[in-house]
Design a protein around this ligand. Structure first.
Ligand SMILES: Nc1ncnc2c1ncn2[C@@H]1O[C@H](COP(=O)(O)OP(=O)(O)OP(=O)(O)O)[C@@H](O)[C@H]1O
Length: 490
C-alpha cells in the first residue's frame, strides 16, 4: 500500500505500510485526491466560483517573497529535545505529503530544511494532536504552526456550511499579544497560503474597524488577531468562531498570564470544543503550563533546548550602571555598533526622552510604545526594519515575536525584573543562527531578577563579570545567624 497520505506526516519508518494503521485511517476522510493532484486547491476553486480572487493580496505577497533573503547561517542542530510521546522527526518539508502549492511556497521562502522545532512539531500537528511547544527565540516557531495548519486546511477543503452564516467564519484562529506581532504573523500566513485560495485576515486594535470589517465580509479562512479586537468583532457578529478547527496561541505564556487570560477564556467559550490547539513560546513558566494544559486535550509537550533558555548565538554582556550614568554608558556602548540597535526602556515617557537625547547626539532614532497612534507605531517599525533609523527605543510591546533582520544589538537600558521578559527582549537579535549582542544595565533595582539571570548566563556559557558574581552571592548566600554566646559563669 502506498504510504502517501495527503497533508499528513509519515515518519520514515512507517512509509510503505500505512493505510490500515489507525493514525492514517483517521484522516482518510479529509483526503481530497483531486486537490493534491491538481495545482488549484478546492479553496481556490471556491474563490473563483464566488468571485473572491484577490489579485491585490497576490501582488502584495509576491512583493514579500521578493524581499526574502537567505538569512539563516545554520541553526543549532544538536539541541536537547524533550517530547512527551515519541514522534519521529521529519528531515525535510517534502517528507510531508502536502499540497504542492504549499511546498512551492516553502521554496519561495527559501526554507531548505526544517529547523529543530519544525522537525519535531510539524509531525505532531499533522497527526492532529494538541501541542505545547517551547523553543528558543528566532527558531522558526511561526512556520512550525503555519505549515501544518495550511497543510491540513488544504486537505480538508472549505467547510460546507460556511456560506450560510453572516460575517467571517474562520477555520483557523491564531492569537498573539501585540498588534505588531499579529501583523507580522498575518504577513507570514500570506506567504504560506499564496495561491492556495485560503483567505487570511488580520484584526487588531488601534486600526480602523470599518476597514477590517470590510475585509471580514469578503470571508476569512484564517484569522490572526489580538484578543480585544477579536472579542469586539465576535460580539458584533462579524466573526463566528464555531467552525474553528485549528487554534494557535502564539506567545502562549503571555496570552495565558493574568493580563489576557480572562479574554482568552471568553474567546474559547465561543468556540467549538472539537478543535486542535497549539501553544507556542520561547518561555513557559510552570504555573502557566498547568493553565495551558487545562485548555488542551491529550496534548504533546515538546521542548527544544531548556524551557525559557536562550541561544548561545547571543553574547550577553552586563554592566553595573547607576540610573544617572545610563545615558553616558549607552553612548559609549553604541558608538561602534554596526547595524540595527533595539533599546528597551521601562516606560513610554522614558522612551520619548531617550529618543530625544539620542537624536540630539545625532543618532537616527525612533520610538515604539503604547502612547503612539497605531499608524505611528507601524511607521516606526517599518522605518527601523528598512534601516531609515538604526535605533529603535521601545517598551515591552516590542519584546515578543518581532522578527527584524539585522538587529545586531539589543540594549536593556532598563533591565526587566522578570526573566521571561529578558529572554524575549534579547531574542530580537541572534535569530535563526545569526550572531547578536545583548547589553543589559544592571543596578540595585534589578535584585529580583539576579538569581534567574545568573543561572541563564551560566547555562548559556556566558562570561559572568566578577561584580555580578558578587551581587549574586550577596543575594543567595545566607548570612550565618549570629552565634549565641553562652557565658560560662562557673
Ligand atoms: N526552515 C527555515 N529555514 C530558514 N529560515 C527559517 C526557517 N523557518 C523559519 N525561518 C526564518 O527564521 C526567522 C525566525 O522565525 P520566527 O519569527 O518564526 O521565530 P520564532 O521562533 O517564532 O521567534 P520568537 O520566539 O522570537 O517569536 C524568520 O525570519 C523566518 O522566516
Amino acid at each position: 500500500m502506498e504510504a502517501k497520505c495527503k497533508g499528513k506526516y509519515i515518519p520514515p519508518h512507517k512509509r510503505g505500510l500505512i493505510a490500515s494503521e489507525t493514525q492514517t485511517s483517521k484522516f482518510e476522510a479529509f483526503i481530497n485526491k483531486k486537490d493534491s493532484e491538481s495545482a488549484e486547491s478546492s479553496w481556490g476553486r471556491r474563490d473563483r466560483r464566488n468571485g473572491l480572487l484577490d489579485t491585490k493580496i497576490l501582488t502584495e505577497t509576491e512583493a514579500f517573497f521578493s524581499q526574502v533573503k537567505l538569512e539563516s547561517e545554520g541553526f543549532e542542530e544538536n539541541m536537547p529535545i524533550d517530547i512527551s510521546e515519541n514522534f519521529p522527526e521529519m528531515t525535510s518539508f517534502e517528507d510531508c505529503e502536502v499540497h504542492q502549492t504549499l511546498l512551492e511556497n516553502i521554496k519561495k521562502l527559501r526554507y531548505n530544511k526544517p529547523t529543530p522545532i519544525q522537525k519535531y512539531s510539524i509531525p505532531v500537528s499533522l497527526q492532529r494532536r494538541d501541542l505545547m511547544a517551547c523553543a528558543q527565540t528566532g527558531s522558526g516557531k511561526t512556520a512550525a504552526y503555519l505549515f501544518p495548519i495550511v497543510a491540513k486546511m488544504l486537505n480538508d477543503g472549505p467547510p460546507q456550511s460556511q456560506t450560510t452564516v453572516r460575517g467571517a467564519v474562520p477555520v483557523s484562529l491564531i492569537m498573539a499579544p501585540t498588534r505588531e506581532l499579529s501583523i507580522q504573523i498575518y504577513e507570514e500566513a500570506l506567504k504560506f497560503t499564496y495561491r492556495t485560495g485560503i483567505r487570511v485576515v488580520v484584526v487588531y486594535g488601534g486600526a480602523d474597524p470599518k476597514i477590517q470589517s470590510r475585509e471580514l465580509d469578503r470571508g476569512a479562512d484564517i484569522i490572526v488577531a489580538t484578543p480585544g479586537r477579536l472579542i469586539d468583532f465576535t460580539n458584533r457578529g462579524r466573526i463566528t468562531l464555531n467552525l474553528v478547527k485549528y487554534l494557535i496561541l502564539d506567545e502562549a505564556d503571555r496570552m495565558l498570564d493574568m493580563g489576557f487570560e480572562p479574554q482568552i477564556v471568553m474567546i474559547l467559550e465561543k468556540m467549538n470544543k472539537v478543535r486542535e490547539t497549539g501553544m507556542f513560546s520561547a518561555t513557559f513558566p510552570q504555573s502557566i503550563q498547568l493553565l495551558a494544559a487545562d485548555l488542551m486535550k491529550d496534548y504533546i509537550f515538546l521542548s527544544v533546548g531548556r524551557v525559557g533558555s536562550t541561544t548561545d548565538n547571543i553574547t550577553q554582556k552586563l554592566f553595573m550602571v547607576d540610573e544617572n550614568e545610563k545615558r553616558e554608558i549607552l553612548n559609549q556602548q553604541i558608538k561602534d555598533i554596526k547595524g540595527l540597535i533595539l533599546i528597551f526602556v521601562e516606560t513610554k515617557r522614558s522612551a520619548d526622552f531617550l529618543c530625544e537625547y539620542l537624536r540630539r547626539m545625532d543618532y537616527g532614532c525612533t520610538t515604539l510604545h503604547g502612547d503612539r497612534t497605531q499608524p505611528e507605531r507601524e511607521k516606526a517599525l517599518s522605518d527601523f526594519k528598512h534601516e531609515r533609523y538604526n535605533i529603535l527605543v521601545a517598551t515591552d510591546i516590542a519584546a515578543r515575536g518581532l522578527d527584524i533582520p539585522n538587529v545586531n544589538c539589543v540594549i536593556n537600558f532598563d533591565t526587566p525584573n522578570n526573566i521571561e521578559d529578558y529572554v524575549h527582549r534579547i531574542g530580537r537579535t541572534g535569530r535563526i543562527g545569526k550572531k547578536g549582542i545583548a547589553i543589559s544595565f544592571i543596578n540595585e533595582k534589578n535584585k529580583p531578577v539576579v538569581k534567574e539571570l545568573y543561572s541563564l548566563l551560566y547555562e548559556c556559557n556566558q562570561e559572568i563579570p566578577e561584580w555580578f558574581e558578587d551581587f549574586y552571592n550577596s543575594l543567595v548566600i545566607k548570612k550565618p545567624k549570629a552565634k549565641r554566646i553562652y557565658r560560662n559563669f562557673n
